[in-house]
Design a protein around this ligand. Sequence first.
Ligand code: G3P
Ligand code: CA
Length: 259
Amino acid sequence: MVAHRGASGDRPEHTLAAYDLALQEGAEGVECDVRLTRDGHLVCVHDRRVDRTSNGTGLVSEMTLRQLRQLDWGSWHPGVPEPAAETTGLVTLDELLGLVLDWHRPVKIFIETKHPVRYGALVENKVLALLQRFGMASPPSADRSRAVVMSFSASAVWRVRRAAPLLPTVLLGATSHYLRGGAASTVGATAVGPSIAALRHRPELVDRAAAQGRALYCWTVDDYEDVRLCRDLGVAWISTNHPARTKKWLQESAAGPAG
Ligand code: G3P
Ligand code: CA
């Protein structure tokens, strides 16, 4: 179970408060979106603009790390904790990697690079350089890797595969790609990542992916019936905004129906 943008149902997304809660709630992985600032830092922000999730306005790519740090990334959300300022600031990928690696049990980090973006391939280059610095770029196997890189962009996944062949990757997106076997095979992704809506429509995707030797990562799975569907189909990674209740539901369905 992967906490999507942290425990983002209960805390402001991509903040330390959200990631800390997710880890405390037993997430086995955390998801984050990364973007480059004007001065070349990788920050965990979903949107191109800062407007929805902070009290600022403008494009992440046109602001410096210092400018982004001055914004309030918490008070838009009803689940902002007290004292807020310490845990609802901007999070860099560097800081999130540190948090994940320091946690007392092994946790994976699913890093999503967004495209199209102003800085193009530089985003993957910087992600790989950072993973290298943390000793995470050449894991002994995909299963034992602490980091997974994901993108809706096939070119981005291919760049990662070419530069770091041992690192697991997820090609996110359209069902038709996986059914044709085309895009995921071509770029060598180790997993495919349909939305829950796509998986509901095409549950055979799990088998099709497995037949190609690929795992399946599904997002964003927040409803009881969907969690059960993923569990029954054998989805490898379920990404959710609500780690605690998703974990509870997974454990219930693992124990089998009551009575
Ligand atoms: O985990 C994949 C999922 O996050 C993709 O969609 O828009 O939430 O980044 P989005
Ligand atoms: Ca994402």
